[in-house]
Design a protein. Sequence first.
Length: 319
Amino acid sequence: MTPPAVHSDVQWGRAGPGAGRVLAVASNKGGVGKTTLATNLAIYLRALHEDLPILIFSLDDQGIVERMFALPGRARDDAGAEHANLKHGWAERSFERLIQLGQYGVHYVPSAPDGAPLKARAEDPAILRRILERTAWPGLVIVDTKSDLEELTRNALHAADRVLIPVSDWAALEEAGKVLALLERTGPPGRGRVVLTLVDRRAHVASTGEELVERLRDEVRRRGWPLCHTTISRSPRVEALNSDGARPLSILHAARGTAVHRELRELAEEVAKDLGLGPGARAPRSRPPDPPPATGARGAIAEFKAALLRGRFGLPRLG
């Protein structure tokens, strides 16, 4: 079966040329590297394209986005209720006042500490799309979703220009089919992209001895599903990055020399090309609130850019 054509004229849900793009990462199966993929893509894309504003938020309630991106003094406390978060933006139908500048120059919206109120207000699958249109973020919005296909995830699929669907094993592949079928019912076709994740070259199909990753790749192609060229390897070193204290560490900064470091850069470039993103993206229309002066937010960005110029992260300075 011939795979569907890849559409490059991304216009779904955006309010005019240059008004931004939305990338969702979704899977009905847990443990496929969904949040790791979403958060690290945000960092790699920001590093590769300094003029591209990146905004990330999660529809899950685990708080990983805040722990990874919040500058000192900005992370939510254990109660979480005192801080404005995604729940408030959902009620106000705009995330504009909630957007915070975080580590690595990535902006984020704090997650709701309890997803139940959000889910109760998400019966209309077009709500998130309208919120993002009103927020009018001019660069790239990355949405990390829950491991289900319920109301919140359906909102993300409805709003997305592109959806990355991580597949790590046969069960995840079967669940990917459900995501792709749902996408066909919620908007223009061709928006989904399967990406093979947590690839372990030592894993083989018991009955044939074939490498599992090759078997998965062949099956995706047989079913005619769009497939990212880049695969993301399993790495014990990368898995340990989420266990280093309260703040998860980025692959870009803490896993140089691994295959995953190279693969994530390649995937970021593939995603940027697919979405038509690159140097020259406009600055945000309204400036998100500055972090407290003591945290040195501008200094953090200056240090990040200086490190890029020094080649500390092994990435070229673009644009």
